[in-house]
Design a protein around this ligand. Structure first.
Ligand code: F6P
Length: 325
């Protein structure tokens, strides 16, 4: 195995608050430990098109508090092809990049795993996604900030919901995972959450609405995980039709959930995992994502974190049910 001298770092997929803190940590820890660091712009597309810049410690100054990613990001279709990966490998050879740190979610780490396997190339991943849906890590970079953003939004929605005595269906991101919806429902004192991990039909919906009203609650907030078929609009329409006595509104929070300055938790998580990624490469680790479990940085093989569904803690459903009476 040849010695690693230069490490490339890129962000890929949906941006997440704390990605900049991770880029900073990889760069500073890499330079501290004697490596050259190259920033790769626009995710895997930038690797294919040779959008690469040598980073100094100054290049990552003043970014720990900034949302988004200074490296930009993309969901590269070309990198999913053999030709695309070959072009990316050519860039690595040209730029003398001997190892990669990839910051992103499931799709990005799948790309990282495929590239590492195809070219026997050292790659370490960092979990960067607001969805928190990666197996093997208690938290992902961006999740905490987004939860706080959603909580603040729901607090505001509660004011108007109370004033007008309305039912609000608030749709949050999370793609196929309900971590954001379930935990934000608890954090914001919502009456219910509708998550993909739990099948909820309209009768259950009616149950908790009526329960809320019986307890003389004049308004009700239901947090719904985004879904192309049964998002907030779907539930609101059904309630309007089947329970016409209720005044229903929908609020889809959308991409504002991904922006904003990262929380202290996300900055610390990103800093520790970024430094741990460099340490991992120094120890000869390959094909792993850096996870964070019970206060420790751990290595999670790509195959494990990509293929395994993160377990959903069903006790959270009970907690919400009990507390929303
Ligand atoms: O994976 C992060 C995420 O924010 C998901 O929660 C959401 O479904 C998706 O990205 C939205 O992606 P886009 O940026 O393509 O709209």
């Amino acid at each position: 195995m040849s010695k690693i001298k230069t490490i490339g770092v890129l962000t890929s997929g949906g941006d997440a608050p704390g990605m900049n803190a991770a880029i900073r940590a990889v760069t500073r820890s890499g330079i501290y430990n004697g490596f050259a660091i190259k920033g790769i712009y626009r995710g895997y597309d930038g690797l294919i098109n040779d959008e690469v810049k040598t980073f100094t410690t100054e290049d990552v100054s003043g970014i720990i508090n900034r949302g988004g990613t200074i490296l930009r990001t993309a969901r590269s279709m070309e990198f999913m092809t053999k030709e695309g990966m070959e072009k990316a490998y050519e860039t690595c050879k040209k730029e003398k990049i001997d190892a990669l740190v990839v910051i992103g979610g499931n799709g990005s780490l799948t790309g990282a795993r495929n590239f590492a396997n195809e070219f026997n190339f050292p790659v370490v991943g960092l979990p960067g996604t607001i969805d928190n849906d990666l197996y093997g890590t208690d938290a992902t970079i961006g999740y905490d900030t987004t939860m706080n953003t959603i909580m603040e939004c729901v607090d505001r929605i509660r004011d108007t919901a109370n004033s007008h005595e309305r039912i609000f269906f608030v749709e949050v991101m999370g793609r196929d995972a309900g971590f954001l919806a379930q935990n934000c429902a608890i954090a914001s004192g919502a009456e219910a959450a509708i998550v993909p991990e739990e099948t909820t039909d309209v009768d259950q919906l009616a149950c908790f609405m009526q329960r809320g009203i019986r307890k003389s609650k004049k308004s009700c907030i239901v947090i719904v995980s985004e879904s192309p078929k049964c998002g907030a609009m779907y539930y609101a329409e059904r309630v309007k039709k089947e329970f016409p006595g209720f005044d229903v509104r929908v609020s889809i929070l959308g991409h504002l959930q991904r922006g904003g300055s990262p929380s202290a938790y996300d900055r610390i998580l990103a800093s520790c995992l970024g430094a741990a990624a460099i340490e991992a490469l120094m120890q000869g680790q390959r094909n792993v994502m850096m996870g964070y479990r019970n206060g420790d940085a751990v290595y999670v093989p790509f195959d494990e974190c990509i293929r395994t569904d993160k377990p959903f803690d069903k006790r959270l459903i009970t907690v919400l049910d009990e507390l929303s009476i």
